[in-house]
Design a binder for this molecule. Structure first.
Ligand SMILES: Cc1ncc(COP(=O)(O)O)c(C=O)c1O
Length: 356
């Protein structure tokens, strides 16, 4: 091996760029990362406090992961042997990619797709076939059916981040049934949508459905994701691929507490769906915006030539949303998370002051 290989490798990795996190704006109304503020901080603090009482962090969390999986199993009404966990669904996706994909395997996905997933594919040199969204931010199932023969892995975030689009259940089921390779369905925003495919795993051996407590449960900082898959994959993932102690004791205990109180999450989702409709309908009133339908806890809109001005004006008002810019023919895309009623009102009022 040549002497400079290490420097060369660093150069190559650095040139990839990495995942773009949102700007850190202190004390802002934070509508930039699809977090869930409808679940109160007090509720989350109570969960962490009782988790602390049942934790002894001098010890590795031996047996903790199994108890947590038992709780997820009750929540999903799926067998424990088909459930695995990870340090956020990010880590689950990364471990699947690094162990099941390579420069020799092709992944079929959408353009855009979840940014972290795409960055990871770049890092590992995994070729992508990425099917673009149409002008009205929809995907055509026939494009996927046509390309499915040329791919080894199908990855779809359902609903998609950042568009909020989701195929109808029947369309997605048909696509999965017709696909011979590995299928990864990322349901990070599944609870805000109309369906989940976790149950399909029972009859479909090549399907992995990935979910997270970051969005629906409002626990993004806890870093807890999970997946549902066939027993053989789950066993190999949890016993060979996954780290021996993938999440902290506090995460295990907090996750169990949160799942025991899943009714709080369900109530929050109802609020978010109502607020999502309000945001879409209000933004639609401005001719300058093109607003896209969403099945997730965020709304994508094209502010065309004025998107930088809208973004900066909001930042000046202490409101942070996501500046995405170009998606296909849409040059000025912005994505706003659905927050609490108060947060959303601040956002909508700031828009009214700017454009009204
Ligand atoms: C589509 C999608 N998948 C996965 C994730 C990662 O979630 P987690 O917090 O569980 O790592 C995100 C986070 O933004 C996402 O948008």
């Amino acid at each position: 091996m040549n002497e400079g290989w290490f420097e060369e490798k660093i150069e190559k990795i650095s040139s990839i760029g990495g995942y773009q996190k949102p700007e850190l704006i202190q004390d802002s109304v934070k509508l930039d990362s699809n977090e869930n503020y409808v679940i109160s901080k007090q509720f989350q603090n109570d969960i962490i406090s009782s988790a602390r009482k049942t934790s002894d962090i001098r010890e590795y969390p031996l047996g903790g992961v199994e108890r947590l999986i038992g709780m997820i199993s009750e929540f999903l009404k799926m067998p424990s042997s088909m459930i695995g966990i990870g340090n956020g669904s990010d880590q689950i996706l990364d471990l699947i990619l690094s162990n099941f994909a390579s420069e020799q395997t092709t992944i079929l996905t959408s353009k855009p797709t979840f940014g972290f997933f795409e960055e990871r594919c770049k890092l590992y040199g995994i070729p992508l076939i990425a099917i673009p969204f149409s002008n009205d931010m929809k995907l055509d199932i026939d494009d996927f059916l046509k390309q499915s023969k040329n791919a080894d892995i199908l990855y779809l975030d359902s609903p998609n981040n950042p568009t909020g689009f989701q195929f109808s259940k029947i369309e997605l089921q048909n696509l999965i049934k017709s696909f011979n390779g590995l299928v990864i369905i990322d349901e990070a925003y599944g609870e805000f949508s109309e369906y989940s495919l976790t149950r399909m795993v029972k009859t479909c051996k090549n399907l992995i459905v990935v979910q997270t407590l970051s969005k629906s449960f409002g626990l993004a900082g806890l870093r807890l994701g999970y997946f549902v898959a066939n027993t053989k994959f789950t066993d190999a993932f949890m016993n060979v691929i996954q780290y021996p102690y993938p999440v902290s004791t506090i995460t295990v205990e907090s996750g169990i507490q949160a799942l025991e109180k899943s009714n709080v999450m369900k109530d929050a989702i109802d609020v978010i769906k109502i607020e999502r409709k309000r945001i879409v309908e209000t933004l639609q009133k401005y001719d300058t915006f093109e607003v896209f339908d969403s099945k997730a806890n965020f709304v994508l809109f094209d502010a065309h030539g004025s998107y930088k001005r809208v973004y900066s004006a909001l930042v000046e008002q202490g409101i942070s949303i996501r500046k995405l810019g170009e998606i296909g023919d849409h040059k000025g895309c912005l994505r706003v998370t659905v927050g609490t009623k108060e947060m959303n009102s601040k956002f909508l009022l700031a828009i009214r002051d700017l454009l009204g």
